[in-house]
Design a binder for this molecule. Structure first.
Ligand SMILES: Cc1cc2nc3c(=O)[nH]c(=O)nc-3n(C[C@H](O)[C@H](O)[C@H](O)COP(=O)(O)OP(=O)(O)OC[C@H]3O[C@@H](n4cnc5c(N)ncnc54)[C@H](O)[C@@H]3O)c2cc1C
Length: 408
C-alpha cells in the first residue's frame, strides 16, 4: 500500500502538467465551437489519440497509479479544459471498463482496440444501461437477452436511452435482462459488434450542457450476437444465476448490490470531472474580479465578492480531497464503510453547480453571455448531479450504508 502523502510525485506532476497543456492548448480553444455545433468533436478526439491521451493504455497507466490519484488528476485537467469535449474523449472508457470488469482476456483483447480505433481512424464506444423506465431504478430494466441454443446466439430486444456515444459507437456494450425473476442479479452485459443488424440510433438529445458529447437512444430490434459476445462467457453466467436463484430461494438474505459496489469505486472519477469544471469557472471569476472595476476599484475589493471567491475555492479544495480520499481507498482495496465514493461524487457535483452559478454572478452581465466561458460551464455543471447516480441516489446510498441497511 502506498504511504500517505499530500505531495504529488515528480512523475504525477509531469503527467498533470502535460494533460493541463493539452486541455489549455487544444480543448479549451475548441470548447465554444463544439458546444454551439452540438456534435462530437472528432478532430479533437483525433488530436488526443495522436498524443496518446485517447487510448486504453493511457487510462490503464493512470488507473494503476498506486496512490489512486492518476484517474482523478486526469479527469480534473481534461474537464478543466471543457466538459463536453472531455466527455467525448473519456466516454469510451465507460464501455471499456464494462468489458475490463466482466470480460474474458480474449474479449478484452478483441473488443477494446475496436472501441478506440487508432489515431488515423478514431472510433468511440457506448455503454448502454439506462432505459426510459429504468434510470435510478436499474432493476426495472426491460431490455431482454434470450439465448438461441441451436445457433449459439443471443437475441437482444429493447430500447436504451441516454447512451453517451449511442448509435455512433463502433462497439456498444449493452446491459440486458437474462432472468427477469432475479431483478438486477438477472442482468448480463453483451458486446454488440460494429454494424450488427437491428441496432439503430433513436432520438439524439438536444441538451442543456455538455453539448459536444453525443447522447442518444439506442434501439435493439432482434439484434443477434454470437455467444462469444456475452461478457464473461456462458459458464460464468450460469454459475452466477444459479447462486442468485439459490439465495433468492433462501429468501431474506441481504445481498449487497454488486452494481452499486462498482459504482462506488467509479464515482470519485465523476467527482473529479466536477472539480475540473468548478476550478475552471472559479479561475475565470477570480481574474475577472481582480480586473473589473466599479465605483473606482476592482470588484474583489468588496467583501461580498471576495468572500464568495473564498467560499468557492474552499469548497473546490474540499471536494478534491474527498475525491482523492475515495480514489485512494478504491485502489488500496479499503472498504467504503461510509459510502465514501458516493460522498465524493455528491459533494463535488453539488460544488460544481454552486461554484459555476457564483462565477456567473461575479461576471455580472458578461457571465450571462456566451462571450465568457462561465455561461457554458454553468450549463455543463448540471450534469454532474444527474449521471452516474443523481444526488438523491448518492444520499440514499450514503444514508443506507451508514444505517447498515441494504442498498436496494
Ligand atoms: C448527458 C447524459 C449522459 C448519460 N450517459 C449515460 C450512459 O452513457 N449510459 C447509461 O446507461 N446512462 C447514461 N445516462 C443516464 C443517467 O445515468 C440517468 O439519467 C440517471 O441515472 C438518472 O435516471 P433518470 O434520468 O431516469 O432519472 P429518474 O431516475 O427518473 O429520477 C428523476 C428524479 O427523481 C429522483 N429519484 C429517483 N428515485 C429516487 C429515490 N429513491 N429517492 C429520492 N429521489 C429519487 C432522482 O434523484 C431525480 O431527481 C446519461 C444521462 C445524461 C443526462
Amino acid at each position: 500500500m502506498a504511504e500517505f502523502t499530500m505531495e504529488l510525485s515528480d512523475e504525477q506532476k509531469e503527467v498533470r502538467d502535460w494533460l493541463h497543456g493539452f486541455a489549455a492548448d487544444v480543448i479549451r480553444p475548441a470548447a465554444a465551437e463544439w458546444d454551439e455545433r452540438e456534435e462530437t468533436p472528432w478532430p479533437v478526439i483525433q488530436e488526443a489519440a495522436k498524443v496518446g491521451i485517447y487510448s486504453l493504455d493511457f487510462y490503464a497507466q493512470q488507473y494503476f497509479d498506486s496512490t489512486g490519484l492518476g484517474i482523478p488528476m486526469a479527469m480534473e485537467e481534461l474537464f478543466w479544459g471543457d466538459a463536453g469535449i472531455a466527455l467525448s474523449i473519456v466516454g469510451t472508457g465507460l464501455a471499456a471498463v464494462g468489458v475490463l470488469a466482466n470480460g474474458t482476456e480474449e474479449q478484452i483483447g478483441t473488443w477494446i482496440p475496436q472501441m478506440y480505433g487508432d489515431a488515423n481512424d478514431v472510433k468511440v464506444a457506448a455503454f448502454c444501461s439506462s432505459e426510459p423506465d429504468a434510470g435510478s431504478d436499474v432493476a426495472s430494466m426491460r431490455t431482454r437477452a434470450v439465448y438461441d441454443e441451436a445457433k449459439d446466439e443471443w437475441v437482444l430486444n429493447g430500447t436504451k436511452t441516454w447512451a453517451t456515444n449511442g448509435g455512433i459507437a463502433n462497439v456498444h456494450v449493452v446491459v440486458a435482462v437474462v432472468d427477469p425473476d432475479l431483478g438486477s442479479k438477472g442482468h448480463a452485459s453483451f458486446i454488440v459488434p460494429p454494424a450488427t443488424p437491428g441496432l439503430s440510433q433513436g432520438q439524439k438529445f438536444k441538451k442543456h450542457g455538455i453539448r459536444a458529447s453525443h447522447t442518444a437512444e439506442v434501439v435493439l430490434d432482434n439484434v443477434r450476437v454470437p455467444g462469444s459476445c456475452l461478457l464473461g462467457g456462458k459458464e460464468k453466467l450460469d454459475a452466477r444465476l444459479a447462486r442468485a436463484r439459490e439465495k433468492a430461494k433462501k429468501g431474506g438474505e441481504r445481498v449487497k448490490n454488486a452494481a452499486m459496489a462498482t459504482f462506488e469505486a467509479s464515482r470519485p472519477a465523476v467527482g473529479a470531472m466536477a472539480v475540473g469544471t468548478a476550478r475552471a469557472a472559479y479561475e475565470v471569476a477570480l481574474e475577472y474580479a481582480q480586473t473589473r472595476e466599479q465605483f473606482g476599484r476592482p470588484i474583489i475589493d468588496n467583501q461580498g465578492v471576495a468572500f464568495q471567491l473564498a467560499d468557492m475555492r474552499t469548497s473546490i479544495d474540499a471536494a478534491r480531497l474527498l475525491v482523492w480520499r475515495a480514489s485512494w481507498m478504491a485502489i488500496n482495496g479499503k472498504p467504503f464503510t461510509a459510502a465514501e465514493g458516493s460522498m465524493s461524487k455528491l459533494f463535488a457535483s453539488e460544488t460544481a453547480k454552486k461554484v459555476t452559478a457564483q462565477a456567473v454572478q461575479i461576471l455580472g452581465g458578461n457571465g450571462y453571455t456566451r462571450e465568457y466561458p462561465v455561461e457554458r460551464m454553468h450549463r455543463d455543471s448540471a450534469i454532474y448531479t444527474i449521471f452516474e447516480g443523481t444526488s438523491e441516489i448518492q444520499r440514499l446510498v450514503i444514508a443506507r450504508t451508514l444505517a447498515g441497511m441494504p442498498i436496494r
